[in-house]
Design a protein around this ligand. Structure first.
Ligand SMILES: *[C@@H]1O[C@H](CO)[C@@H](O)[C@H](O)[C@H]1NC(C)=O
Length: 343
């Protein structure tokens, strides 16, 4: 008996610290993982709150509010690169709500939009009223633009029954785009390059006032930095040639602006695949030497458009030979004489 009890004591003496150690380890690991999970949740909540606490930023909506404002996302206005846009009503204001795809794509674009147009204001930029960042939902709330995007109006075969826009309206729209861009490039704290200027991203209000929208691809450029290096973005047909060398400045917008102006004047798309091989590119019909440094600043463009500056004497525009421009559809748009491309 005595022998047995002493051996039991020995076993207990060996096992006790081992069991104790295992129990302590479990306790340690348990609290570690619980705390880790809690900090992760806290982190996510802080990330959500971060948007809400920024000063001077737009309103923050709950998902429920926007669901109600759009009547369960019933009236779809269109589909963009990263989500769909729905019509809505908040109080007595008509709104457009863009819902980003769930796939997680477009998170970067969401932040870019909230941080750029959320903090700047100009009559020729679409106003960001607010946003929603709740769980996985990401939505942006804009002022509603009743006439939709410019591409619905300028082309020879436009998709609505209204008569074609007259020259004065077309000129007004071009001037508004130029003013919006001049503001982004020259008047903001940081230069903003939009990088996706095209008719689909230019919206019109009831009186055909034009406003730039869709800042998801925009880039902030430090004023002391002349170039940004960035991956290829934008839309084929509106991309400046320097994208091939990936040295990008806000002058890429000036190029895209030029393409849009050509389209507004000629009534046809720059890239039109149904045309014969050599005239597919409206732009290739201009014999050009390409140098982004020789593109004018947008504020100069605005001055010329408003007649406050003389294009002939102040802007070196020898880089475009205008004699071969073919205004294919312009004759169908209005019967007046098409203006010279150099203007
Ligand atoms: C051009 O169209 C606008 C908008 O439809 C209209 O208000 C304006 O009076 C027109 N201008 C001319 C010169 O026809």
């Amino acid at each position: 008996m005595k022998v047995k009890s002493s051996s039991v004591r020995r076993v207990v003496a060996i096992l006790a610290p081992v069991v104790g150690f295992i129990l302590l380890s479990i306790l340690f690991l348990g609290t570690y993982f619980i705390r880790k999970r809690r900090t992760q949740q806290q982190y996510e909540m802080e990330m959500e709150e971060e948007f809400g606490e920024l000063q001077g930023t737009p309103m923050r909506f709950t998902f429920q509010q926007l669901k109600a404002a759009t009547e369960q996302f019933a009236d779809k206005l269109g589909e963009g690169g990263f989500g769909s846009v729905f019509k809505g009503q908040f109080g007595d204001e008509r709104i457009a709500v863009k819902r980003l795809d769930r796939a997680g794509q477009g998170k970067k674009e969401f932040s870019a939009e909230v941080q750029t147009i959320g903090s700047i204001h100009h009559i020729n930029l679409v106003r960001l009223i607010g946003f929603c960042a709740e769980k996985s939902h990401r939505l942006l709330v804009y002022e509603y633009m009743p006439k939709g995007s410019l591409d619905r109006w300028i082309y020879h075969q436009h998709d609505n029954d209204s008569p074609p826009l007259n020259w004065s309206t077309r000129c007004k729209i071009i001037t508004h785009i130029a003013k919006g861009l001049a503001y982004l490039h020259e008047e903001c704290m940081k230069k903003i390059a939009h990088l996706d200027i095209k008719p689909q991203n230019i919206l019109l209000d009831d009186d055909f006032n034009a406003k730039l929208s869709d800042f998801g691809l925009c880039k902030l450029i430090d004023r002391d930095m002349s170039q940004v290096f960035t991956r290829m973005r934008g839309t084929l047909g509106y991309l400046a040639p320097e994208w091939l060398t990936s040295q990008i400045t806000e002058k890429a917008d000036v190029y895209s602006f030029g393409v849009v102006v050509m389209e507004v004047i000629s009534g046809r798309k720059n890239l039109e695949n149904s045309r014969s091989e050599e005239s597919i590119h409206l732009i290739t019909q201009l014999e050009e030497k390409i140098d982004c440094k020789r593109r004018p600043k947008m504020s100069e463009v605005v001055k010329v458009l408003e007649g406050a500056m003389n294009a002939e004497s102040n802007i070196d525009h020898n880089f475009v030979v205008t004699s071969q421009v073919y205004f294919g559809a312009a004759g169908n748009v209005v019967s007046s004489v098409p203006p010279l491309a150099s203007h």
